[in-house]
Every structure is written in structure tokens, then in C-alpha cells.
Design a binder for this molecule. Structure first.
Ligand SMILES: C[S@@+](CC[C@H](N)C(=O)[O-])C[C@H]1O[C@@H](n2cnc3c(N)ncnc32)[C@H](O)[C@@H]1O
Length: 512
């Protein structure tokens, strides 16, 4: 096999074997938590690190089942296990595809207490698609994802997520425990799925692991331990800083149909959850920074292709990206954005008359703009942008970065006579006046608001701050608590309707 083929195969099958040292550390944690399994099942056992560590450290084990798709790994696993398994321990280590195994039969052959242990492959269906791999379950029925989710990318899932969901189902009605390594975000999704579907879990624990040390990779990953319960379910998961940590640092859980990052904070602040009084907005999405973003120079505007261009001012706006917002908005905007529409779907052909140089510029770069892959531009006027409305041009804004890992809300002031627009990595509230923006920023930066948001934020996520999070806080209830209800009500009474619900262009105006 060529080196290229080998590395494709390694990626497709998430083939990164667990070092025996880590497998031993995991088994030591299980021992400390009183796990005394009679059977162990390693559903993607590879060369068998976990089986070997369990044989070394868990003396009660009598039955072992190990499965892996890679027959060379299975040969290695069989020969090592043969050498270390004491007499009286039955082993069945075979090469099979997880997605084709008759799990009913395998599980039926393993008496309780059962431990399902291992490290399933870490790869997403999107990555698989990119490398042309097909190590997948039947995607059509994965948690009923289809339609809009497929478009927005929500249907992107990790293969290990699918395997872990299955493995947790196996625990049902048994005296059993699962202990698996996986990405931290996957562990949360899997727990959420189990909690949502009403599976009875007695205890769930998540131990962060040092992936740089064990795998030489910078991924947020953990050991997830789940114990099954015959009767009542528990909806909490204790989080430990490392495998050696004696006490949990925080407990996350499932409350009122969603994940809560810190249940203690949530219980203290839940009464601030309520109506979205001001509408949270995303910045403008254009997916073509090379053409749509500029730096202003004395002689004109320089775009991302390095070209110095002469454009009318009409469609150009000073802008901030996440970094600008996160660094505080008191510095001057250094970039400018070409915003060809004031509202989603607006006909762009009018630019030809109103700003001929801008029209010519767009025509010259049409190829790059036409190539934008996102489906939000499909069947829209040529050169369309997204997430644009009257609110985008509000003179004052209170903004936050969706990418930066801090809860800092900044006032965005106009620049000269122009409102500053934000890109789609930011979220904001539109305000009419400076007083209003300063007041709202003060509320959002209060300790109470930060505590409230912290109850829901998982900081290891790629985009920890989302509109879904921000809109949960009821600003009026918060203002009441801070003794500022009257001022808040005053601003709400004057809140422009067009910041709330942008007019949508009728079907006929969508033609280009
Ligand atoms: C991250 S490695 C871990 C291996 C082993 N569990 C360990 O901890 O050392 C993932 C393993 O999953 C196996 N695998 C990937 N896809 C599989 C499938 N569809 N069925 C069975 N095994 C699979 C790979 O061959 C690889 O050995």
C-alpha cells in the first residue's frame, strides 16, 4: 500500500491506537469507581490496548469480546491477549464491521456486570466525504437529520457519536457501564441524546484527557463514563479536570429539554430566562472577503485580491469582524464592506444606475461571487449577501464575537456619518442612540448577566456564543433586578419595529 493510501485509510477508520499507558489510567479510574465487570466488550478494539489493560487491572473479568474492522490489528490483538489472559477467561476477538455486527448475539453472550470500553474512531461524515471514505452507518436515518439540517451542516456528525449512541442503548436494562474515549463535544451530544430519549442512566462522569500528551493532537477530548440504571434516570454529568482529579469541577446536565453547562449557576439564574425583548442579529454574511472587504487607502479601497479600486461611497460601510469586537470597539474601523443590498433578496440591478463603478466592480469579480457554495445565495439576485436588514444599518449597536471565548459586550458607534456593520462572526442588538447602546451594554456586562450566560456556555465549542444562547436572557427582568426597569421600558417603548422584523421582498423581486 502506498504511503498516501495508508494515511487515507488511517483517517477513514480513525485509526489512532490508544497508548497502553492511557488505557491503564482509564482502567485505574474504573477500579476507583468500584467497577467490577465480569464481561468486557471493546467494539472497535484495534490492537487491543483496552483489553490488555483490563486484564491487568480488573481482576473480575471472565469474558472478553473484541471487534475491529482491521484484520491486521485483530491478529496483533489476538496474539497479545492470548499471552496475557489467565486460564478461565473466555475471549472472542474477531474482525468485523461495527455497522454489520449482530450486536444482539454478541451482547447475549456476555454476562453482567458488563463493561463496554474503548475508543471509537474520531472522524466526521464531512471529513469522510472529503477523503472519499465510506465507513458510515446508513445516514438517512441518523437521528432523523435531513432537509434543512443537511443544508446548514447540522447533519454533520461524528462516526464515534453514532457508535456511542448505540453502545449506550446496549446498557439498557442491564447491570452495565460504558467507558469510552471521545471528543468532549461528542460526549455531550451522546448524553443529550440518551437523556432526551429517556434512557435510564444512574451516573455520568466526564474526565478531560490530555490529548497532546497521549495522541500528539490538539483536540478537546475526554473519558466518558456512564452507568446504567434499572429504574430512575439521572440527568447530571460531573466533569473532572483530568483522570487523576479527585473531585468534579462542575456538573452539566439536561434541564427543560436542553443541555445546561453548569447546573448550580442555572438553578440560581433561571428566573432571568424569558422573552427576547431586543432581537439578536448576526452580522452580514457574504462568503467572499476577497471581493467584498477592503482596506481604505488615500488613493482608494484595496480589496482582498490586492487590487486598488475606485468605488462610490454609497454601498461601502466601515466594518468590524470578531477580532475588532473582541478587542473593544473604541478603535477605528480599519476595514470596509461592500453591502449591495439593504434587505435580503433586494434586487441588485439598480446599482448599475445608482453606482456604476460599484456595478462594474461587481461584474468584474462576478465569477468569484457566483462560485459561493452556500445555498443561501441560490435563487437570489446576483451579488446577494445574507443577514442584512434595517438593523444592519442601525447607527448604534451592542456587539459580541461568536468565536472569542469571553462574554464581553461592546458598544459599536457610527464612523463619521456611516453606521459600522459587523460580519457574520458577530452578534448584535441594534440601537438608535448612544444612551440606549451604553445602557444595554451595561446590563449585558453585569455580573448577573454573565452568570446567566455562563450557565449555558460550553467554552470548548468552536462557536460558544450563539443567538440561541443570547436570546434566552430577558433584559427586562434583568433591568428590574438591577433597579433599572423604568429606563429599560422607556427604550423598549421606542424600539423600532423594522429592527425587529425586516420586510421581506416579494417573490418577483428575487430575480437578478
Ligand atoms: C481510535 S482507534 C482505537 C482503537 C482501539 N479501540 C484503541 O483504543 O486502541 C479506532 C479503531 O476503530 C476501528 N474501526 C474503524 N471503523 C470501524 C468499523 N466500521 N468497524 C469496526 N472497527 C472500526 C479502527 O480500525 C481502529 O482500530
Amino acid at each position: 500500500m502506498t504511503v498516501r493510501k495508508k494515511s487515507k485509510r488511517k483517517a477513514e477508520f480513525g485509526d489512532f491506537q490508544t497508548p497502553i499507558e492511557l488505557a491503564r489510567d482509564v482502567c485505574s479510574v474504573l477500579l476507583q469507581h468500584g467497577m467490577e465487570p465480569v464481561s468486557i466488550l471493546e467494539p472497535t478494539c484495534g490492537k487491543g490496548s483496552f483489553i490488555l489493560a483490563a486484564l491487568e487491572l480488573l481482576p473480575t473479568v471472565r469474558n472478553i469480546a473484541g471487534i475491529d474492522i482491521n484484520s491486521e490489528h485483530i491478529e496483533v490483538a489476538c496474539s497479545s491477549v492470548e499471552k496475557s489472559a489467565p486460564a478461565g477467561v473466555s475471549t472472542r476477538i474477531v474482525s468485523e464491521d461495527f455497522f454489520a455486527v449482530n450486536w444482539h448475539d454478541v451482547l447475549g453472550s456476555l454476562p453482567d456486570p458488563l463493561l463496554v470500553i474503548g475508543n471509537p474512531p474520531w472522524i466526521t461524515n464531512a471529513e469522510l466525504g472529503r477523503i472519499g471514505g465510506c465507513n458510515l452507518p446508513d445516514k438517512s436515518n441518523f437521528q432523523n437529520h435531513r432537509g434543512i439540517d443537511a443544508i446548514t451542516g447540522n447533519s454533520n456528525f461524528d462516526i464515534s457519536e453514532w457508535m456511542l449512541n448505540k453502545a449506550i442503548e446496549w446498557l439498557s436494562g442491564r447491570e452495565a457501564m460504558l467507558a469510552m474515549l471521545c471528543k468532549t463535544a461528542v460526549a455531550r451530544k451522546v448524553l443529550r441524546c440518551a437523556w432526551k430519549s429517556g434512557q435510564h442512566l444512574k451516573k455520568s462522569k466526564l474526565f478531560h484527557i490530555d490529548t497532546a500528551r497521549y495522541f500528539g493532537a490538539a483536540v478537546d477530548a475526554c473519558l466518558l463514563i456512564v452507568t446504567a440504571s434499572a429504574s430512575n434516570g439521572n440527568f447530571d454529568c460531573q466533569v473532572y479536570g483530568s483522570l487523576k482529579a479527585a473531585c468534579p469541577t462542575v456538573t452539566f446536565g439536561y434541564r427543560q429539554g436542553r443541555l445546561v453547562a453548569d447546573i448550580t449557576r442555572f438553578e440560581n439564574c433561571r428566573h432571568f430566562e424569558g422573552k427576547e425583548r431586543y432581537k439578536w442579529r448576526s452580522g452580514i454574511k457574504h462568503d467572499c472577503a476577497k471581493v467584498m472587504e477592503f482596506r481604505k487607502e488615500i488613493a482608494g479601497y484595496r480589496n482582498g485580491c490586492g487590487e486598488l479600486v475606485d468605488l462610490e461611497d454609497d454601498y461601502l460601510y466601515p466594518m468590524f469582524k470578531s477580532s475588532g469586537i473582541a478587542n473593544g470597539c473604541d478603535q477605528r474601523a480599519t476595514r470596509w464592506m461592500l453591502v449591495p443590498q439593504r434587505i435580503v433578496g433586494e434586487n441588485t440591478r439598480q446599482i448599475r444606475q445608482s453606482a456604476p463603478k460599484t456595478w462594474q466592480y461587481l461584474q468584474t469579480h462576478a465569477q468569484l461571487l457566483d462560485r459561493r457554495a452556500s445555498s443561501v445565495y441560490r435563487d437570489r439576485p446576483r451579488f446577494s449577501v445574507f443577514g442584512v436588514g434595517d438593523y444592519s444599518f442601525a447607527p448604534w449597536k451592542v456587539g459580541i464575537s461568536g468565536f472569542y471565548k469571553k462574554l464581553d459586550f461592546n458598544v459599536v458607534s457610527p464612523y463619521g456619518k456611516k453606521p459600522v456593520v459587523l460580519d457574520d462572526t458577530c452578534y448584535f442588538l441594534a440601537c438608535k442612540t448612544r444612551e440606549e447602546a451604553v445602557f444595554i451594554a451595561e446590563l449585558l456586562n453585569s455580573d448577573i448577566a454573565k452568570d446567566f450566560f455562563s450557565a449555558f456556555v460550553f467554552w470548548d465549542e468552536k462557536r460558544p456564543i450563539t443567538v440561541r444562547l443570547l436570546k434566552r436572557l430577558d433584559l427586562l427582568v434583568l433591568a428590574r433586578e438591577l433597579g433599572m426597569e423604568e429606563t429599560m421600558q422607556g427604550f423598549l417603548d421606542q424600539y423600532p419595529r423594522n429592527y425587529d422584523q425586516p420586510l421581506l421582498f416579494s417573490g418577483s423581486s428575487f430575480s437578478s
